[in-house]
Design a protein around this ligand. Structure first.
Ligand code: AGP
Length: 615
């Protein structure tokens, strides 16, 4: 996710754009930039770092006049965060300038074609490719900017919210949207463009939110005209009168970032497999993996190092890799691994998982593994983070910034990346028939829709939360793939509601924990139809016979568990290896609602930090 802001009107653009970018920093903050048209030329200032760094740079370097401009605060997906990769980007002629939030999947193919036509590129970004494609179309077809944008976008595969303007025609801005948000604020003889309304709500509360595959040419003194990118059909703007305040807008209308991020998971999972999961071609493509696939194919074992929720994602990966790819896997707490003098050999592959990419223990574990000659692969959410730079190779989750301290979309997108890796290796090792592989890829592609459906359980989860919000202790049980989800569910509850909770493999109950069961002990049991369902049902009966309270996460339509449990929360059916992506959803919602009911600080829980950069 990135933040985009644009302005054309009677005021100075600079202060509006910079303040707007500051309000969008929650969307991405690894680099920032601004392009202003000062009446003659386009002036660009851009820098690695935050908007504050941009202000310092811009206010030293350039005159900041002009009533036309665009600005960008970045969350890198292609190209590490640095000055050159920051937006805005010029076209080769210097006439056109663009800002972009999204991912152009086929940028490499387009870049190769443009390079043949002697285009050059300063940055590693997909966005610089797009602006030069628009320039090439404009020249070749002899059309205006709006038409050139439309033709170019019909050649593009991916997601975008863009704003483009032409130095030769500085009375208009062209915008377009597919998959990333774009709002146009409509003022008195002025227009605002932004990823959400926070940059312009103080100037106007009249806004148009573009729909997917819509574009607009925004000209002063003219009504905003929307067009369909595909067929040029005219679309009529639905001008909304906004009633949101600033804080509500930043959180997308949700009360907390955590809830927003729970609901972002369908999009985050889709963005994470976008361009990598190709069921029609029976392919998984992942550059960082493809270049080193032999390391994985020849590995004696895979060692996964991580902390907290990322460690739970690693446990899920252990089941996936051993089940599908038949490679031995060990999952280690990074904090233990780094100090216990582990046996590591050249034939080991170490996978380091980290949302922030800055966790000190995980970074130290990586360095130890490298010293002992292992190949180290990173799975991070922050492009250019310390861990992503320290590992030999890696794959990013494309979850966008995770602001809530309690990790949610990072967990499901980590599992998505790890599943793609395991699938690729399993296929290369011949563990999968082509038809089974295709079936798996297709089901993975269905997951965002099934996560949406799992989110529909929110009201029932809230009712359950209200019943158990005053509990002092809780147990979470799961088997197989869902044992790590039980641990994750317990961690979520602990860290934001401060209720003591423990996760266990369901079969472990009789080895001690069942002594805890009484009518004051809520037991959250993941009892989906896949895996050892009958055995979990027996565990439920053991608990019930001791008056424990059972709250079961079940496959939709399950009547058996419904007859035993005090509460059931239904989720859609999927294949066993993918159930963690769905069973975790109600447990995230449960911890959220209980924390809210207990008036806890959901986004910044006591004693915790988003990134543990110290031991
Ligand atoms: C999870 O909700 C916590 N925020 C915490 O356990 C976190 O997962 C852990 O600190 C690891 O962080 P990382 O993924 O950024 O390395």
């Amino acid at each position: 996710m990135c933040g985009i802001v644009g302005y054309i009107g009677h005021r100075d653009a600079y202060p509006i754009i910079v303040k707007g970018l500051q309000r969008l920093e929650y969307r991405g903050y690894d680099s920032a930039g601004i392009a202003l048209f000062d009446g003659e030329d386009i002036k660009i200032s851009k820098t690695k770092g935050k908007v504050e760094d941009l202000k310092q740079k811009a206010e030293v370097a350039n005159n900041l006049t002009g009533n036309l401009g665009i600005g960008h605060t970045r969350w890198a997906t292609h190209g590490v965060p640095n000055d050159v990769n920051s937006h805005p980007h010029y076209s080769n002629s210097g006439d056109l300038v663009i800002i972009h939030n999204g991912i152009i999947e086929n940028y490499d193919t387009i870049k190769k074609a443009l390079t043949k036509r002697r285009y050059t590129f300063e940055s590693d970004t997909d966005t610089e490719v797009l602006i030069n494609l628009i320039e090439e179309v404009k020249k070749k077809e002899g059309v205006k900017l709006g038409k050139a944008v439309q033709i170019a976008l019909n050649e593009v595969v991916g997601a975008y919210a863009i704003a483009v303007f032409d130095r030769q025609k500085p009375d208009e801005i062209v915008v377009a949207k597919l998959g990333s948000p774009l709002a146009v604020g409509i003022g008195e003889n002025e227009y605002f463009i932004a990823s959400d309304a926070s940059p312009f709500i103080e100037f106007t509360n009249n806004a148009v939110y573009l729909e997917d595959e819509e574009m607009a040419i925004i000209r002063l003194g003219k009504e905003i005209k929307l067009r369909k990118i595909k067929d040029d059909a005219i679309a009529y703007p639905d001008v909304l009168e906004l009633k949101l305040n600033l804080e509500e807008i930043e959180k997308g209308g949700y009360d907390h970032f955590m809830l927003k991020e729970i609901y972002e998971q369908p999009r985050a999972i889709l963005d994470t497999y976008r361009g990598r999961l190709l069921p029609d071609q029976g392919l998984v493509k992942m550059a960082g993996l493809d270049q080193h696939i032999e390391k994985f194919l020849n590995a004696n074992r895979i060692i996964i190092v991580a902390c907290g929720t990322s460690w739970h994602a690693g446990l899920v990966a252990e089941y996936i890799f051993e089940d599908l790819a038949r490679i031995p896997v060990e999952v280690e707490y990074a904090s233990e691994f780094r100090y216990r003098n582990p046996v590591i050999t050249h034939n080991d592959v170490v996978i380091a998982i980290s949302q922030s990419g800055e966790t000190a223990d995980t970074l130290a574990a990586i360095k130890l593994a490298k010293e002992r000659d292992a190949f180290v692969f990173g799975v991070c959410n922050v492009v250019g983070s310390s861990i992503s730079r320290e590992t030999h190779a890696g794959a990013y989750t494309h979850a966008g910034p995770e602001i809530g301290v309690a990790s949610t979309k990072a967990f499901t997108t980590q599992i998505t990346v790890l599943t793609l890796i395991a699938l690729k290796i399993a296929k290369e090792k011949g563990e999968f028939s082509a038809s089974k592989f295709h079936e798996f890829l297709t089901e993975l592609e269905n997951i965002p829709g099934k996560v949406e459906k799992a989110l529909d359980s929110n009201n029932i989860v809230e009712e359950v939360a209200n019943v158990y919000k005053d509990s002092s202790n809780c147990l979470y049980l799961g088997r197989g793939y869902n044992f790590p989800v039980a641990l994750e569910g317990a961690l979520k509850l602990k860290e934001i509601s401060y209720i003591h909770a423990e996760g266990y493999p369901a079969a472990e109950m009789k080895h001690g924990p069942i002594a805890l069961i009484d009518d004051q002990m809520p037991v959250f049991v993941i009892a989906t139809k896949k895996g050892h369902y009958e055995k979990v049902v027996s565990n439920i009966q053991e608990i019930k016979s001791r008056k424990g309270k059972i709250i079961a996460i079940v496959t939709e339509g399950d009547e058996t568990v419904k007859s035993l449990a005090d509460h059931v929360i239904e989720i859609p059916e999927t294949i066993e290896s993918l159930t963690p992506l769905l069973t975790t959803i109600p447990l995230q919602l449960l911890s959220y609602h209980i924390a809210v009911m207990r008036n806890c600080n959901v986004d910044q829980p006591r004693n915790l930090a988003k990134s543990v950069t110290v031991e």
